[in-house]
Design a protein around this ligand. Structure first.
Ligand SMILES: NC(=O)c1ccc[n+]([C@@H]2O[C@H](COP(=O)([O-])OP(=O)(O)OC[C@H]3O[C@@H](n4cnc5c(N)ncnc54)[C@H](O)[C@@H]3O)[C@@H](O)[C@H]2O)c1
Ligand SMILES: [Zn+2]
Length: 364
C-alpha cells in the first residue's frame, strides 16, 4: 500500500493507492467520524461495475448509504445535474455532518466535489477515482466544478477531499483509449518534473500497457506525489501550479476547435505537449534531442502528437486568446527546458507565436 500526504495545514489529507482495496473503504471510513447516511455519487457504467462492492463495504462498516446516479458523460457535468444531486441529498436528510463519495472518473469527481463544497455551505467528500486520469490528476488537488454553456469548468470551487482512495484494479475494465488518455497526463509529469518517471515510462511500456499492477501503482504514486507537492506549494494556482498545464494551452485550443468531439482530453494534451516542446525548441529553451524524446514517448504510447491537418491555425490562436481572458489576460505556455524541468513562460508576442506554432507542425 502506498500512502501520500497532501500537506495543506488543517485541510491535509491522504491518498491511498493499492490493488483490491475497494472493499476496504467502509472500514477506512470508521476513523473519520462521519454521520450516516453516506451518499455514493456515480454513473451507471461505474456503478454497474463497482457500486455494489463499495456499498456493501460501507454498509458492513455500519453506515447507511444512499446512491445518486447521474448519466454517464461530460455533458451531464452541469448545474442541472448538480441540482439533481442536491435534491436527493435533501430528500434523504443529509446534513452538515454527512459525507459524499465520488465513485467514478473525473466527471463524477468534479461534480461531486462541487456539490460537496456548496451543500449546506460545505460537507466532506471522498474521492474514489476509477479512471487513470482521475487517479493521477483530477481526484487530487481540490479543483471542483461543472461546465457552463459558455465554457468548460467555468463554475467551480477549490475544495479539498478528506481522502483519495485509489484501487488500481479498477483500471482493468477501463477502455483502452481512456487508459492511454490518462497516460498522457503521466507523461506530462515526467516532462515537467521527473526524468526518472519519464524513463520508467520509456523502459516499462509493455508492463504499463498490460496494466501490470506494480508498474501502474508506481506511475500513479509518482504522479500523485508530484501533484501533491505542487498543490501544497500553490493550492489556488497563483504561480507554480500552472506548470501542470504543460500541453494544455494548445491542447485546450485543439479541444475547442474540434468541439470536444474528436479527441479525449488526454489526446489533445498529447498533441499540445509535442507542439509546446517544439515551441520551446524554436525559442532555444530545449535542445533538439530532448524535444525529440518527448515526441517519441508520446508516439510510442499510441497517442496522437501532430496537429490535425484540417485545423486552421487561426482558430487555434483565437481560442488561445479566449483562454487568455480566463487567466487574467496573459497567455501562458509551460515550456520544457529538458526532461524533468519546465518553466512558465508568458508574453510570447502573438506574431512570433503564430510563426512558431506554424513551423511546429509541417502540416499546419
Ligand atoms: N479537477 C481537476 O483538477 C481536473 C483535472 C483534469 C480533468 N478534470 C475533469 O475530468 C473530466 C474527465 O475525466 P475522465 O477522463 O476520468 O472522464 P470520465 O469521468 O468521463 O470517464 C471516462 C469514461 O470511463 C468510464 N469509466 C470510469 N471508470 C471506469 C472503469 N474503471 N471501468 C470502465 N469504465 C470506466 C466512465 O463512465 C466514462 O464513460 C473532465 O470533466 C475534466 O474537466 C478535472
Ligand atoms: Zn489535463
Amino acid at each position: 500500500m502506498q500512502k501520500i500526504r497532501v500537506e495543506l495545514g488543517e485541510r491535509s489529507y491522504n491518498i491511498i493507492i493499492d490493488s483490491h482495496i475497494l472493499d476496504g473503504i467502509g472500514e477506512k471510513l470508521k476513523g473519520f467520524g462521519f454521520s450516516p447516511p453516506i451518499a455514493i455519487i456515480s454513473n451507471p457504467t461505474v456503478y454497474g461495475l463497482y457500486g455494489e462492492r463499495v456499498q456493501v463495504s460501507i454498509k458492513n462498516a455500519g453506515f447507511d448509504t444512499i446512491t445518486v446516479i447521474i448519466p454517464d458523460g461530460e455533458e451531464y457535468k452541469d448545474l442541472l445535474w448538480a441540482q439533481h444531486i442536491y435534491g436527493e441529498l435533501l430528500k434523504h436528510g443529509l446534513d452538515r455532518a454527512s459525507t459524499l463519495i465520488a465513485l467514478g472518473g473525473g466527471v463524477i469527481g468534479d461534480i461531486t466535489g462541487f456539490v460537496a463544497s456548496t451543500y449546506m455551505r460545505g460537507i466532506d467528500y471522498i474521492q474514489v477515482p476509477t479512471t487513470l486520469l482521475a487517479q493521477v490528476d483530477s481526484s487530487v488537488g481540490g479543483k471542483t466544478g461543472v461546465n457552463h454553456r459558455l465554457g468548460k469548468n467555468m463554475i467551480g470551487t477549490f475544495y479539498q477531499p478528506k481522502l483519495v482512495w485509489i484501487d488500481v484494479d479498477t483500471l482493468k475494465t477501463l477502455p483502452r483509449r481512456e487508459l492511454l488518455a490518462g497516460l498522457a497526463e503521466v507523461i506530462k509529469y515526467g516532462v515537467i518534473w521527473d526524468e526518472g518517471l519519464f524513463k520508467f515510462l520509456d523502459d516499462n511500456k509493455d508492463r504499463v500497457l498490460n496494466i501490470d499492477r506494480d508498474a501502474l501503482t508506481h506511475i500513479i504514486k509518482r504522479s500523485c506525489e508530484i501533484k501533491a507537492e505542487v498543490v501544497s506549494k500553490d493550492e489556488k494556482e497563483m504561480g507554480l501550479r500552472a506548470i501542470l498545464n504543460y500541453g494544455h494551452t494548445i491542447g485546450h485550443a485543439i479541444e475547442t476547435a474540434t468541439e470536444y468531439t474528436r479527441y479525449l482530453h488526454g489526446e489533445a494534451v498529447a498533441i499540445g505537449m509535442h507542439l509546446e516542446a517544439r515551441l520551446s525548441l524554436m525559442l532555444n529553451f530545449i535542445d533538439e534531442n530532448q524535444a525529440a524524446r518527448i515526441k517519441t514517448l508520446i508516439d510510442s504510447y499510441g497517442l496522437p502528437s501532430e496537429m490535425p491537418v484540417d485545423i486552421n491555425i487561426n482558430s487555434i490562436l483565437s481560442s488561445m486568446q479566449l483562454d487568455k481572458k480566463a487567466v487574467a489576460g496573459e497567455l501562458k505556455f509551460i515550456l520544457p527546458e529538458k526532461i524533468g524541468v519546465a518553466k512558465i513562460y508568458k508574453g510570447i508576442p502573438t506574431e512570433n507565436m503564430k510563426a512558431a506554432i506554424s513551423k511546429c507542425s509541417l502540416r499546419l
